[in-house]
Design a binder for this molecule. Structure first.
Ligand code: PLP
Length: 274
């Protein structure tokens, strides 16, 4: 089971490996009243007797949503009790708008949950190509290690050295990146507020991705408008009722100047009002 909308690989990797995938909508309500939520009753109703894995990522890409601590703990417990592995992408952890909303690591919440993280998002170090998985399930960890050795045995020393240095000052790095994202969220909010009939923007609670909704009519002009921008792209996968009406924002951690320049290129023409 994967959340909807999702970071595409969470859905395509299990599909490619022959699994069946169920989507758990992360929203309730619709239109201007739509809110992001993690509804465990809904999750429970969608679980099948043979569901083996639930994949989530919070702060969520693409919505920027973070569930509250109790709901998250309950999710981990529910999965464990049912023999389902919870895989939690924690790649935007550390740059929550409100640091008190930072969730515990899933791997600390249950003996079977797996936390997956890397340095390319909240650490802003994509060039290092360093990531990791953590779980209390040592058998699973050994199996992950064997799989990993097929792709490479060992990262270069320089990469490991830089990664360790970054982890030692993680708070400083996260503070810096949180400030950059906060400034850019303000720019996007300001831009969207100029076009209230066309764009609904809910600032992300964490991470550097958000999900402004396009409220205009779906049209070729609207599609071209989205594609013209380097920083926004139309959501290609099926996101239920959102299909064709959503934008995901990439690279909100870009410099304010380049983000502003990209937003300026996006000023919608009259054709979009449809
Ligand atoms: C939730 C999530 N997980 C994993 C990744 C993969 O990161 P990378 O491209 O650095 O491997 C991304 C990239 O956007 C992501 O958003």
């Amino acid at each position: 089971m994967v959340t909807l909308p999702n970071y595409q690989s969470l859905e395509t990797i299990p599909l490619e490996s022959g699994a069946q995938v169920t989507g758990l909508p992360l929203w309730s309500g619709s239109g201007a009243a739509l809110t992001w939520t993690l509804d465990l009753d809904r999750l429970q109703s969608l679980l099948r007797p043979d569901t083996r894995l639930v994949a989530v990522n919070f702060p969520n890409n693409p919505t920027g949503f973070i569930p509250d601590h109790d709901t998250y703990r309950h999710l981990a417990q529910m999965c464990h009790e049912r023999g389902i592995v919870l895989v939690a992408g924690e790649v935007y952890r550390g740059i929550e708008v409100d640091p008190t909303s930072t969730l515990p690591h899933a791997a600390d919440l249950s003996p079977t949950a797996v936390s997956v993280n890397l340095l390319s998002k909240s650490y802003g170090l994509p060039g290092l190509r360093v990531g990791w998985a953590a779980t209390q399930d040592t058998a699973l960890l050994a199996s992950l290690e064997r799989l990993k050795h097929y792709t490479n045995i060992r990262n270069p020393d320089i990469t490991q050295h830089l990664a360790a240095a970054a982890l030692r000052i993680s708070d400083r790095i996260h503070d810096r990146n949180r400030a950059i994202v906060a400034g850019n969220i303000a720019l996007v909010a300001e831009f969207c507020a100029e076009f209230p009939d066309l764009l609904a923007f809910e600032p992300p609670q964490g991470g550097c991705v958000s999900f402004p909704r396009f409220l205009g009519a779906t049209s070729a002009a609207a599609h071209r408008w989205v594609e013209r921008s380097a920083g926004l792209r139309p959501l290609k996968q099926d996101a239920g009722q959102h299909r064709g009406r959503c934008l995901t924002r990439r690279r909100a951690a870009a410099s304010p100047k380049s983000l502003r320049a990209r937003l300026d290129r996006l000023v919608p023409g009259p054709a979009l009002a449809g």
